[in-house]
Design a protein around this ligand. Sequence first.
Ligand code: FMN
Length: 355
Amino acid sequence: MSLIKWSSTESPEIKIGNRVLSSRYFLSPLAGYTQYAFRVALRELGGLGLCTTDLILASQMLSSSRKAKALLKTSAEDRPLTVQIYSGLTSELVAGARWLEQKGYEAVDLNMGCPMAKMYGNGGGARIMCAPDAACQMVADVVDAVSIPVTVKMRLGWDRNSITAPLLAREFEKAGVAAITIHGRTRNQGFGGTVDLQGIRQTVEAVQQIPVIGNGDVCTVEDAFHMRRETGCEAVSIGRGAMLDPWIFRKLAQTIQGEPVLEPTREEQIQFLVRHFTLMVEQYEDYGCLLIRKFAAWYGVKLGIPEDLEDRLRQIQSIDEFHEIVAQIHLRHGERESSVPTALVKTPNGPVERW
Ligand SMILES: Cc1cc2nc3c(=O)[nH]c(=O)nc-3n(C[C@H](O)[C@H](O)[C@H](O)COP(=O)(O)O)c2cc1C
């Protein structure tokens, strides 16, 4: 299918609560990956409408744990930003949302999509969707507690016999949420199978006015437009696709503006790697060397890094070594023949009942 413009009349902007976002294409949170350094490096490439932090346990945020503080790191370059929190306890979510508002954060997202045991151990994440009345009360209490926009990210339901997203979306809208992001899988699907675009459409059709943001398996510009055409969603959130192609948001913007869609030049690719690493080191100092390792597998392919250098990046020990590897990449960029990533973003595996 050819790359066609989504719509020549539609404004590229979208309003979510009191915020006007310049693009309808957002970055989905990928815990462990989409932290401050990656977000800022990605924003600098252009076309990105909104970022959300990794999910943060509300109680950890309230007790200012080191982990929560690191996840909350932001700056003027990291806007617009939504902070995502989770908990099975309404009181913690309410206190968390108030705390974020007091600290000047612009918006809060409630996670009702995470399939993992540590989330639903205390009733948080996707498990919340199983008790619609309690979920609605929880959301209403958080909305009432703050004046910043409250949004919800959820899945279609627990399993295919329990598709609660349309009902919940309708009720959450009545409770005052500003938008809903819907990952078109059930909790029982984990990350397997395919995204159910009709399920997303049913959620879009269930609300009156608020934007529904479609999510799942969008890896190309055409995938994003396909998601919008098939579901009627007003915006699209992209997670793993942005790791595989950090330029996807810029390409979307170029397509919408009717400009030529440009692949990044060799220099841009290397600059992106350096920028991501530099921001990590600014935040974490030497520990940034450990954190960049898990990005090596996609960057290897996407940024044309020869395999032996990708291997070294995967085991990098020091900042000096990073710069030495980059000097080598400059000399040998493009030498690599394979375009298949040596690893993909890790998703939980094993039987879903044990998550
Ligand atoms: C490694 C990993 C971490 C994730 N972390 C979060 C998270 O912190 N909060 C959240 O709402 N969703 C999280 N998700 C789900 C993604 O945001 C997204 O809904 C899902 O990956 C489908 O979209 P995609 O195909 O564009 O990646 C995570 C997914 C993965 C693979």
